[in-house]
Design a protein around this ligand. Structure first.
Ligand code: NAD
Ligand code: TYD
Length: 352
């Protein structure tokens, strides 16, 4: 099995590649532009293997993508490359439109040309997995869950750009008969997570005795999934998901942001004596514009059709994650030099 993974130097993409190379024994080509969020050091465990290759390519570059496909000849494309941070999308949406929409369009068009020229047996085996987010569904109130039938209602430039790319992917399946499958997953956390997102930012700020910013009143709810559970789900959906279908991925682990931050503080109180109680560092700060109140995934389809289950609960996963950051300063210290955790995504006074 030869798998072309886009965005493989990112948080989830690197977990997918480690899974495919180390657990499944697949051949993988990682195609990544190496933006600020791309970190090849996340792939240390596979970098020397003959079954792993890397090409620094922008997914908007059709000629480079077409050439990568014709040389590598993938059986499967797993498309994860994206601009992924909501707060950055508020400050500047252009890169999100370019990479998430135009880049996905380019991936679909290049894959279509490649797939159409395959011999019939390879053509029917080929799959294009478009990896997306539950944020396309918008915000839930206190009750209910996102299902695959929930109408799209994105709030942020990030989620709007992902929604657009999902529509393109599904249109390519309907119009061209391309074997596309789409997955929509809830918030991930775990090792190798860029420290701009809530969980790694909280861990590193707490370690350094810096304030822990909680947006608004901290009551917003996210449904957390350990990244390695997501990587297994993506492999399964690409392998056995029905063509043209969408699969929601989530671990049934809803937590309010303030509970997440307090849990991290408690774990650090046990593992890292300096600065305890870490909860004293919590600061409630101005809310994010357009902040979705609650996300929660109904993963019944993935569980019943494909037999997937999340292996980590939030309790086991968050403890593993905190320990990982304590043990792997070599990975995150250089990233903190480039981005020190300052607040992103606030509109200038009067502009919003
Ligand atoms: P990430 O920001 O950690 O990594 C994105 C990767 O894509 C980086 O390696 C970056 O260099 C690369 N990239 C960006 N623009 C590119 C371009 N133009 N060409 C080639 N490579 C480019 O993101 P992530 O958290 O790993 O998310 C991966 C995918 O999963 C995204 O599509 C995201 O929308 C989706 N997703 C993320 C989450 C989450 O909680 N992080 C949840 C559900 C879905
Ligand atoms: P984030 O990790 O940015 O993921 P997403 O916006 O894609 O869900 O944020 C998770 C939640 O945490 C979200 O409700 C915003 C909130 N948040 C904070 O309260 N403080 C922070 O410093 C960050 C980055 C996020």
């Amino acid at each position: 099995m030869r798998v072309l993974v886009t965005g493989g130097a990112g948080f989830i993409g690197s977990a997918v590649i480690r899974h495919l190379v180390l657990e499944k024994g697949y051949e993988v080509l990682n195609v990544d532009k190496l933006t600020y969020a791309g970190t090849l050091s996340s792939l240390k465990s596979v970098e020397g293997k003959p079954s792993y290759r890397f090409l620094k390519i922008d997914i908007c570059d059709a000629a480079a993508i077409a050439s990568a496909m014709s040389i590598f000849r993938p059986d499967r494309v797993m498309h994860l490359a994206a601009e992924s941070h909501v707060d950055r999308s508020i400050l500047g949406a252009r890169q999100f439109v370019e990479t998430n929409i135009l880049g996905s369009f380019t991936m679909l068009e290049c894959a279509r040309a490649y797939w159409q020229d395959l011999p019939p047996r390879d053509r029917s085996r080929f799959r294009f997995l478009h990896v997306s987010t539950d944020e396309v569904y918008g915000s839930l109130g206190a009750k209910g869950l996102f299902t695959e039938a929930t109408p799209y209602d994105p709030s942020s430039p990030y989620s709007a750009s992902k929604a657009a790319s999902d529509h393109l992917a599904k249109a390519w399946a309907r119009t061209y008969g391309m074997p596309v499958v789409v997955s929509n997953c809830s918030n991930n956390y775990g090792p190798y997570h860029f420290p701009e997102k809530l969980i790694p930012l909280t861990i590193l700020n707490a370690l350094e005795g810096k304030p822990l910013p909680v947006y608004g009143n901290g009551a917003n709810i996210r449904d957390w999934l350990y990244v390695e559970d997501h990587a297994r789900a993506l492999d399964l959906v690409a392998e056995r998901g029905r063509v043209g279908e969408t699969y929601n991925v989530g671990g049934r682990n809803e937590r309010s942001n303030i509970d997440v931050v307090k849990r991290i503080c408690k774990i650090l109180d046990d593992l890292h004596a300096i600065g305890r109680p870490h909860e004293n560092l919590i600061q409630f700060v101005a809310d994010r514009p357009g902040h979705d109140v609650r996300y929660a995934i109904d993963a019944t389809k993935l569980e019943t059709e494909l037999g997937w289950r999340a292996e980590e609960s939030f309790e086991t996963g968050i403890e593993k994650t905190v320990r990982w950051y304590l043990d792997n300063e070599w990975w995150w210290a250089p990233l903190r030099q480039g981005y020190d955790g300052r607040r992103l995504g606030l509109l200038k006074a009067g502009a919003g």
